[in-house]
Ligand binder design. Structure first.
Ligand SMILES: [Zn+2]
Length: 246
């Protein structure tokens, strides 16, 4: 080996090593279209809609739950992973109901997306997003309401704890209380595990939502206009907590 070759090799070696710490595991992952749309994900573990999560999300959640427990807060999952088929069932049930009530297909779709997602577009498909309440607090029938997390609401203590500590475990509120934000309303219960969901969203943005709805024969899919899909993408999918965008 001549001096020049030696220099090249050690320089490369040095670059390789110095880059390693800054390469987070997230950049090393890739995701299939199926994983991104709730149609099969080998990284999921759990056996119910409350316990099934992406494996790294689950590990981080368990750590966060233990930490919260020391403050007498029981982080209870109301909803974790949701499959494409389950979301399709919810969507089509509402679509049938609203169109039977006399709404046009487009009116029905507009009404559904006030509170529900279009199948294939839910962050719950990823196994990285969790709806959480405090299992130690008294509860009413409809637990996922913003007022329960503010004022004298039962989940205020949990909300304050999450505001202070969730980020330490990689979890971020998705649909924040920001009056300028469009898309889904404020959801103080919905948290996302950023180290996995950020790269998933990056990949997700490359998918064609309308194509997925057509290939899965979702009821009403033919009524989704390009303008509607574009607006839904910009507002409901991308107008979220900016910390979850990059
Ligand atoms: Zn949610």
């Amino acid at each position: 080996m001549n001096r020049n070759q030696f220099f090249k090799i050690t320089a490369l070696g040095a670059v390789g090593v110095s880059m390693l710490p800054s390469l987070s595991f997230t950049t090393l992952q890739s995701f299939t279209k199926e994983q991104l749309t709730g149609r099969g994900n080998p990284d999921l573990i759990g056996d119910s809609y409350r316990s099934t999560m992406h494996r790294q999300t689950k590990e981080a959640f368990q750590k966060m739950r233990s930490a919260a427990a020391t403050e007498n807060i029981e982080l209870e999952v109301v909803s974790a992973y949701r499959s494409f088929d389950r979301q399709k069932q919810i969507f089509e049930g509402k679509y049938k109901r609203f169109t039977n009530q006399g709404l046009s297909p487009m009116e029905a779709i507009d009404k559904i997306v006030e509170y529900s997602t279009i199948p294939g577009t839910s962050r719950h498909h990823w196994g990285t997003d969790l709806d959480l309440i405090d299992g130690n607090a008294p509860r009413s029938e409809n637990v996922l309401q913003a007022e329960h997390f503010h004022g004298n609401g039962p989940f205020c203590k949990m909300k304050a704890w999450m505001d202070e500590h969730a980020n330490e475990f990689g979890f971020y509120e998705v649909y924040t209380d920001n009056g300028n934000r469009k898309g889904f309303a404020y959801e103080p219960w919905h948290f996302s595990f950023a180290p996995v969901s950020i790269p998933m969203l990056k990949e997700y943005k490359k998918l064609n939502v309308k194509e997925i709805l057509m290939e899965e024969s979702v009821l009403g899919a033919e009524h989704f206009t390009d303008t509607f899909i574009e607006k839904y993408r910009n507002e409901n999918i991308l107008d979220i907590n900016p910390e979850l965008l990059s």
